[in-house]
Design a protein around this ligand. Structure first.
Ligand SMILES: [Zn+2]
Length: 310
């Protein structure tokens, strides 16, 4: 990892958490770091319990990957597996947004073009500039427990190519349309692939788990709009940033929760509830995630973000 002037040390853990997390990482790496899921004949997702999912799109001219997870080793394994399966070279990596659990493994793609939305550049520069001293490692490891194991192999660097609001790769039936919509973060980007309209959603979809929406640049309206656009498209399947591949009907359930949560919080705030009262009882609708999922520590950031924006 390249060392640079640390801009994390000295900040509170609150800030570290609020600027880092999407959905908290799980437990230790096991022997099988992912489960392969064929979202279509040419879109293959590596389902991960720890760090983000990774997705590969097999174009005629080569392979395009989306997100790199926390782990360079896992990203390398998945890349090699897809190159063997499709007998094609890798030509690019697209990073859906600058959250560590999606980008830290990007060293597995240091020989190809790496695309990201320019709107995320400040966050990128922040992460690339971190000096990984003991305090920084400890702070981030409280959110991503396996981060200390991944850092020795990590090669975080700026993307090689920025795009603004749209990037088109491939052609014909193979076309991949990547759009930055914001929502989860201002740089949140996603792809619609080919005639089958398979969506690679990044963290705009965090399926069957609590979504992280606690960033200063989280935008609920943009997020809901992105989900609605996919529903109109009658998509052929959705590869989320976290969680299993889902269909369009489940997408509608998630979108409905976001709408109801926004409406519920607005009503609560208009009723005069203070943030402290809301934190005790957010009054949010029942989640689309398993009821037994306890609220993680970052849930408070999400509630605060929604309260402030309401
Ligand atoms: Zn995220």
């Amino acid at each position: 990892m390249k060392l640079a002037r640390n801009r994390i040390v000295g900040l509170s853990l609150t800030v570290v958490l609020a600027t880092t997390i999407c959905a908290a990482a799980g437990g230790a790496e096991d022997e099988t770091p992912y489960t392969l899921v064929d979202a279509s004949p040419t879109v293959i997702m590596a389902l991960r319990d720890n760090g983000s999912n990774l997705t590969c799109v097999a174009l005629d001219e080569g392979l395009i990957f989306f997100d790199a997870s926390l782990s360079t080793r896992t990203a390398s394994l998945f890349r090699r597996a897809m190159e063997t399966r499709f007998k094609r070279r890798t030509i690019a990596l697209v990073l859906t947004h600058a959250h560590l659990d999606h980008i830290l493994g990007m060293g597995a793609f240091d020989d190809v073009e790496v695309y990201a939305a320019a709107a995320g550049r400040p966050r990128w520069e922040h992460f690339v500039g971190i000096e990984w001293d003991e305090r920084a490692v400890k702070g981030y490891a409280s959110v991503f427990p396996t981060l200390p194991d991944e850092l020795p192999d990590a090669a975080l660097r700026l993307p090689t190519a920025w795009f603004d609001d749209e990037l088109v790769l491939g052609e014909g039936d193979d076309t991949i349309v990547i759009r930055r919509t914001g929502g989860h973060t201002v740089d949140s980007s996603s792809a619609v692939v080919g005639a089958e309209r398979v969506v690679i959603a990044g963290d705009l979809v965090q399926a069957r788990r609590r979504p992280y929406f606690g960033e200063p640049d989280t935008d609920f309206l943009a997020w809901i709009n992105a989900l609605e656009e996919w529903e109109k498209l009658e998509v052929g399947g959705v590869c989320p940033g976290h969680g299993p591949v889902i269909d369009g009907a489940e997408l509608g359930v998630i979108r409905q929760w976001f709408q109801e949560a926004a409406a519920s919080m607005a009503k609560t705030k208009q009723g005069g509830a203070s943030f402290e009262e809301v934190l005790t009882d957010p009054g949010l609708p029942a989640g689309y995630w398993p009821a037994e999922d306890a609220a993680p520590r970052w849930w408070a950031y999400c509630v605060k973000r929604l309260y402030d924006a309401s």
